[in-house]
Design a protein around this ligand. Sequence first.
Ligand code: ZN
Length: 240
Amino acid sequence: MRIALFGDIHANLEAFDAVLADANDQGCTDWICLGDVVGYNADPNACLEKIREANWPVVKGNHDDVASNDDSLKNMNPVAAAALSWTRDQLNDEQKEWLRNLRMVRQIEDFTVVHATLDQPQGWNYVTTKFDAMSNFSYQFTNLCFHGHTHVPRVFVRENRVTEIPAETIPLEAGKKYFVNIGSVGQPRDGDWRACYVIYDLAVGTVSFRRVEYDIETTQKKIRDAGLPDMLAERLADGR
Ligand code: ZN
């Protein structure tokens, strides 16, 4: 069983399609979405419907949350707020209800998935240091947990203490707990513009990161044609 885990798609259809094709080529048989299906980019409908029709397990991201409620956008950063306001106008009531009903945390097979952290899933905390990861590990009851939210692939391991290891191919070892940030499909922020996702191979016991090129010019053109902030198109090329 090879499971593709992807998230922070952020309405980037070209990146999402490229990831699905790559996962298919890689022999993946199962598919899990870690949230933030919408927000930032110009294809919220197509990305949402693809996941909804496939009926893959999904957890809710903060952009899925805000896009599907009527809360004020005043306290958000202006670029994210502009995109969310636009996204709200693109989604129908049924799509918003689907987003609203997404669960925060799911346990699948022998692992857990959450968008941000297990200690406070609705707090949308960012995990960038081992101290952030420690708070999560206190609430992680499976050996393996996948998450996203920061758009930066990262792996923390807890044995006697918590350490960070490179986000490469990881052979899972007994007696250790792993908290794996799978990176972002639709808006990577680690300086690499290519779409990022992870394959978990249960039989072999490995987690591997994949980077996939996609038709970024088309995505950028759609962002500009939609009247979304130009910075959203520019940042995709920079991977920031
Ligand atoms: Zn996100």
